[in-house]
Design a protein around this ligand. Sequence first.
Ligand SMILES: [Zn+2]
Length: 130
Amino acid sequence: MSRPQSRNRRKEAFMKEAERMYEQLEEWYDKHPEASFGEIETEARKRRRELMGKVLAELVNGRDVGVQMKGPRCPHCAAEMEFEGYRKWGVHGLEGESELERAYYVCPNCEGETVFPPGSETKVTGRPLE
Ligand SMILES: [Zn+2]
């Protein structure tokens, strides 16, 4: 999964995915030389969804996964919360499924108090995958 990385690295990851999609289409067409344009298009659309999901995950997560230098304050006891790890976050988009990753923090005093600080993608919403 994509932790924050430079723009060039994100672009590289995108190019790799696009290349893989194209290669898959070439292979599929080799096996279906009689395919109509509509059939080729149908095949491409399936793969496009997959590609878009991955590309958007790269674009969003490659920038910011919500990690902060200083932990957020617990909404209950105001203690500084501690970084616990990353949780997978699924977004069901128009063009595909993206699997994002969000940093999360827990309160050292209050059991079960968990916070996912918003990052640059404050308006990206999804649901936890695990
Ligand atoms: Zn607390």
